[in-house]
Design a protein around this ligand. Structure first.
Ligand SMILES: [Fe+2]
Length: 342
């Protein structure tokens, strides 16, 4: 893992920059703020810009950690009970801005109409009732390792997490593709389009609000849910590996894959890859002020189980999806600079 720790001097210099940007906007979801983020990002410390650019272009690791951003847990107040409770007047607004600017060095942030009501900045926190459900807001059940949004051709190049609170040091688990012994894996079989990947639970209508309050958005979102339903009913066969056969990129979410009907060689190759991934998973306990960027082509990630507290002190992360090719999803977005995939 590549790491960079912000120094006290860098924190001191960032403070007024983030406060100034925060004063001009009400929420991180402001389209004007998101559009200007790559320009504002030029005000980040040069050392940090160089670090992120090196991670993006040279791919020295599947994850990089930026630590040391000052977080005052008193100022944050209680962890919200649900992601719906967190947006306007966010006590974490300045942290969200820092996170947005860093992400904008790697690419363009985007969201899904079918996930967290189309928000760009997601909250990752335990939700009462989800304890044993396969979704990021679960707790007693571990979150199975996966590629983020593996089912969708517009999935992000990076999934990024910023930690605000993690009192029990619950570990995010990651396997870096570079740690896999590819000579032990039937790579050729996994490059074949034989694998059925289903949409994951976080994109299901029962996890969305009934209405967003905007009839146009509701109509587009309904179309998006029905497209996802059609992929559930009639799954598309895709490869699990792609790119360079010597050092492949991967996309898989075994919990949401339907394995019946796969050819024997494909099924055996898939099991072999999963065993390699399991053997190379490692835990990363994020601390407040840590931001981790996971290369969604090179790593899979999950989370260990934990007992949620539901007393306002729970683990609380922010999450962003980042793409290096916003145009690649143009057919799913109503305008060139629209950030939400329908
Ligand atoms: Fe994830």
């Amino acid at each position: 893992m590549e790491e960079l720790a912000l120094s006290p001097e860098e924190n001191a210099a960032l403070g007024p920059v983030l406060a100034e940007i925060a004063k001009e906007h009400d929420t991180i979801e402001d389209a004007g703020l998101i559009r200007r983020a790559p320009l504002h990002a030029r005000r980040l410390p040069v050392r940090l810009l160089e670090f992120l650019e090196d991670f993006r272009l040279r791919e020295p690791s599947a994850l990089c950690l930026v630590s040391g951003l000052a977080v005052d847990e008193e100022e944050l107040g209680p962890t919200p009970a649900h992601w719906r409770d967190s947006q306007y007047g966010s006590p974490a607004f300045r942290h969200e801005i820092f996170f947005l600017l860093c992400a904008s060095v790697l690419g363009d942030v985007f969201g899904w109409a079918t996930q967290q009501d189309g928000r760009i900045m997601h909250d990752v926190l335990p939700i009462r009732g989800h304890e044993n459900y396969e979704i990021g807001s679960n707790s007693l059940q571990h979150l199975s390792w996966h590629t983020e949004d593996a089912f969708h051709p517009c999935r992000g190049d990076y999934v990024a997490l910023m930690c605000l609170k993690n009192p029990d040091l619950v570990e995010t688990v990651v396997c870096d593709g570079a740690d896999i012994d590819w000579s032990e894996v039937d790579v050729a079989a996994l490059f074949e389009p034989e694998f059925t990947q289903m949409p994951d639970n976080s994109h299901r209508p029962e996890n969305a609000s009934e209405s967003t309050g905007d009839p146009v958005v509701d109509r587009l979102r309904a179309r998006s849910f029905s497209l996802i339903q059609s992929w559930n009913d009639d799954p598309v066969k895709r490869p699990v590996l792609f790119g360079d056969a010597e050092d492949p990129y991967l996309t898989l979410d075994p919990y949401h894959m339907r394995t019946e009907g796969w050819p024997d060689r494909a099924a055996a190759a898939f099991r072999g890859l999963c065993e390699q991934i399991e053997a190379n998973l490692r835990g990363v306990a994020l601390r407040p002020g840590d931001t981790v960027f996971l290369d969604n082509f090179r790593a899979v990630h999950g989370r260990k189980s934990f007992r949620a507290r539901y007393d306002g002190s729970d683990r609380w992360l922010k999450r962003l999806n980042v793409t290096r090719n916003l145009r690649g999803s143009r057919a799913w977005r109503p305008a060139p600079d629209a950030r939400v995939i329908y």
